[in-house]
Ligand binder design. Structure first.
Ligand code: HEM
Length: 115
């Protein structure tokens, strides 16, 4: 179980790299679009995060308030990323773009600073 836990945490960090790296690439290239790295990254975050939640809860040390907030933030991000992707938007509105990056940063901050 310990190895599965560590593997999922590792994949969770790679998912974070993908979603945030995808957003940074979009910003720095001036495209302001939603790209595949963001889509697969947020899908990875939700999938690995939910299983991690189960493992941490089974061990008896889950912070349900923190993980509930993280889940809602990730769900909002999934909608904000998936819809423009499916509609094949060339770029998204500035507010949408900055809110997406901001929410990714806030979700990671909740993970790290909410102890
Ligand atoms: C954009 C979405 C997400 C981001 C950026 C993110 C980021 C992170 C980061 C950076 C960590 C490591 C924190 C540390 O070790 O100090 C972490 C851990 C964790 N995340 Fe997420 N996360 C996201 C979504 C989710 C979701 C949807 C869930 C499920 C409710 C979740 C559940 C967890 C759990 C349970 C851990 C602790 C893992 C452990 O102790 O082994 N995450 N997350």
């Amino acid at each position: 179980m310990e190895f599965v836990h560590l593997l999922l945490r590792y994949l969770h960090l790679l998912g974070f790299a993908a979603v945030f790296g995808g957003w940074l690439t979009s910003w720095l290239s001036g495209k302001f679009n939603i790209n595949a790295a963001m889509l697969y990254g947020i899908a990875t975050q939700l999938a690995t995060g939910i299983v991690l939640y189960g493992i941490v809860a089974a061990d008896g040390d889950a912070d349900h308030a923190k993980l509930g907030v993280k889940f809602l933030l990730a769900l909002m991000l999934a909608v904000m990323i998936a819809i423009p992707w499916w509609k094949k938007r060339e770029r998204v509105a500035a507010g949408h773009f900055w809110a997406t990056g901001g929410l990714i940063a806030v979700t990671a901050a909740v993970a790290v600073f909410w102890t």
